[in-house]
Design a protein around this ligand. Structure first.
Ligand code: NAP
Ligand code: GLV
Length: 306
């Protein structure tokens, strides 16, 4: 089999080398324009030219969980698109979300400010039962985050497209239960895929439904948040703050109002990184099973968008 690697913003050599070690029976190359037709591709944000030149691809293995950028391209119609499920990202996402939640709940920024100003003062302990965490998206990452947050004994709610049951969490399903989910949530965590249905899902109307003193943690995609709707809700105090890892434009432009906002913590799309060793092992396993005609996890439904 001939496999091409094409990943924007990634040093190709160590990936190609690791893929060659994991799949020694295959011929694996870093893509160059005009490369001969391949059977499979391992990609992250490739240019349209890549797919225009590769009409014979059977499998397109995405180097991440989210396929929103990939599905915007014209892909060879018969190609099966496969995303990474977990691959070491779930535990990273769990630690990132728990860190953001606890930093907010325990007022650690305020303590740090006090210490900087030479103060040694105490804040009234807050009750975790007043900080219900609502997780939008109960897939590979959302479920792992729900489990981690429950370890710290916060009440947990979840919302997904199809019905789910999660031990210890109250689950809501579909558009008809969305407003009830929001109204019961104080800390909103977004772990949805970006699709036409979820684009702009965090906006003035939906964020206003969160409990007073609400907090937003967006670790999915920048397109889920209507950025200009967040600022008035922070200004009028309905929302206490936000931790944002993803943005409509990345890198977040200099001078963007989220930069240096006292109630917003910004990180550079780093909450769950693609880890080479785990990712290569997963792709090698899936590609081999796919070639044998065996079922594999993480096949993307192109119509549904995730
Ligand atoms: P996943 O396993 O596909 O889970 C997606 C979840 O969202 C599922 O529970 C799904 O519902 C739900 N969902 C989809 N559309 C919905 C809708 N219209 N209404 C309600 N629920 C809906 O995805 P994942 O692996 O957990 O990853 C989630 C996203 O995280 C990725 O798509 C990616 O954008 C983002 N991500 C970000 C980073 C980062 O570093 N910031 C890293 C990795 C991933 P069903 O269960 O009913 O299908
Ligand atoms: C990262 O954002 C991913 O989708 O894996």
């Amino acid at each position: 089999m001939h496999i091409l690697f094409c990943a924007d913003g990634t040093k190709a050599a160590p990936w190609v080398e690791a893929l060659r070690v994991a799949l020694p029976q295959h011929d694996i190359e870093d893509w160059q324009p005009g490369a001969p037709a391949a059977d499979h591709a391992v990609v992250w944000s490739p240019p349209q030219q890549f797919f225009d030149e590769q009409p014979r691809l059977k499998g397109v293995f995405n180097l991440g969980a989210g396929v929103d950028a990939l599905l915007k391209l014209r892909l060879p119609p018969p190609a099966t698109v496969v995303r990474i499920d977990d691959g070491g990202m779930a535990v990273q996402m769990a630690e990132f979300v728990c860190h953001a939640l606890i930093r907010h709940f325990r007022e650690l920024d305020a303590y740090e400010d006090d210490i900087q100003q030479g103060k040694w003062s105490y804040r009234k302990p807050r009750s975790r039962t007043d900080f219900t965490v609502g997780i939008m998206g109960l897939g590979v990452l959302g479920q792992r985050v729900a489990q981690a947050v429950q370890h710290f004994e916060f009440p947990v709610l979840g919302w997904s497209r199809t019905a789910k049951e999660l031990p210890g969490a109250r689950c809501f399903t579909g558009a008809e239960q969305f407003d009830d989910f929001l109204a019961a949530t104080r800390v909103l965590v977004c772990l949805l895929p970006l699709t036409p249905e979820t684009e702009g899902i965090m906006n003035a109307r939906t964020l206003a439904r969160l409990q007073p003193g609400g907090y937003v943690i967006n670790v999915a995609r920048g397109g889920h948040l209507v950025e200009e709707d967040l600022l008035p809700l922070l200004a009028n105090g309905h929302l206490a703050g936000a931790t944002l890892d993803v943005f409509r434009t990345e890198p977040l432009p200099a001078g963007h109002p989220f930069r240096n906002h006292p109630k917003i913590t910004v990180t550079p799309h780093t909450s769950a990184r693609t880890l080479r060793e785990e990712t290569v092992a997963q792709i090698a396993r899936k590609l081999t099973a796919f070639e044998r005609g065996e079922p594999i996890a993480g096949v993307v439904d192109r119509e549904r968008g995730y």
